[in-house]
Ligand binder design. Sequence first.
Ligand code: SAM
Ligand code: SF4
Ligand code: SF4
Length: 353
Amino acid sequence: MPLLDTFGRPLSNLRLSVTDRCNLRCQYCMPEDDYTWLPREDVLHFEEISTLVDVFLSLGVDRLRLTGGEPLLRRDLASLVGMVSAKPGLNDLALTTNGILLFDQIDGLEAAGLRRITVSLDTLRRDRFVKLARFDELPRVLQGIEAAQRVFGSSSARTAGASCALKIDTVVIKGVNDDELVDLIEYGKTMNAEVRFIEYMDVGGATRWSLGDLFSRREMLDRLSQHYGPIEPIRVESSAPADRFTLSDGTVFGIISSTTEPFCSSCDRSRLTADGMWYLCLYASHGIDLRGALRGGASRDELKDLIRAGWIGRDDRGAEVRLALGNERATVQVIPVRALRQDPHLEMHTRGG
Ligand code: SAM
Ligand code: SF4
Ligand code: SF4
């Protein structure tokens, strides 16, 4: 029997953040000049992560995604992949990265058992990349995507039924990169990658967010159909965050409309930060301290009880609650910098996105 929360949602998907550090400063995620970092001694060792993964798997989790911060900054990440990839019950092991360090690491990650990869790419224009992310790293990101294409790009983005092993995720911001949707889809085709457009979210860390910056799913579809003609939705029952669509030439792309059409009702995802705090929602203000329990000597059964109790009591639906604010949302401030400095766990880059 799967473990269900108060809305009947199963515990099946775990996002594992392996570091809160990052080598970019994307304006929608880390726009400030300085940050409070997690104390190094609090960051879980690979053996500790592996133990917690065993406990999550025993409770029904079957999909893991490694994230960060920038996960490729974590030393010897391939070892962690090797430790978890062959665990019984694991059906999917994926990674989300900004791609800068991918060229050097992709072969080792694949050999260790990584099965899918998502690279974040918001623009194909070098000057715009620098403005958006503060570092001149577009060439290395594109080199990383090409390497990922060599390793993971063989399952075609044109297959509506299958999940593509290589994805490109783009946060779309009005007036910043909303004129690049077609260019990004065309680029995705050349890389055999499925492109997914993400609505800009008012999560912790997005201190510059405003309703006027939102480029909605509706606007994305209008923009794309002006260029490509009719767009067909792909109708499948899924807990995946992206709704998928096909263009008339068969190309598949996705939209993650967390802000205007949230998918909390099917959300089976939780997040473990690099220091072992477990969050049941991207918007949750409090987490469950698994590091404390683990280092305090809790047995696997005790850890299991802690996680089970947390999930059974889960009633989070953060994005739906934000949506219900309607126009008031524009006046409700995102989490202030002061609060983020006091508790960096509130940051998107600590939670892993
Ligand atoms: N550094 C890696 C990367 O960028 O792919 C992994 C961590 S990052 C926090 C994970 C995802 O969160 C990225 O795809 C990023 O675009 C997304 N993200 C961060 N802030 C966001 C925001 N305010 N709205 C929507 N997506 C956001
Ligand atoms: Fe950008 Fe990812 Fe770093 Fe956030 S964690 S600043 S989204 S690269
Ligand atoms: Fe899941 Fe929370 Fe995101 Fe809703 S807001 S989809 S409950 S993580």
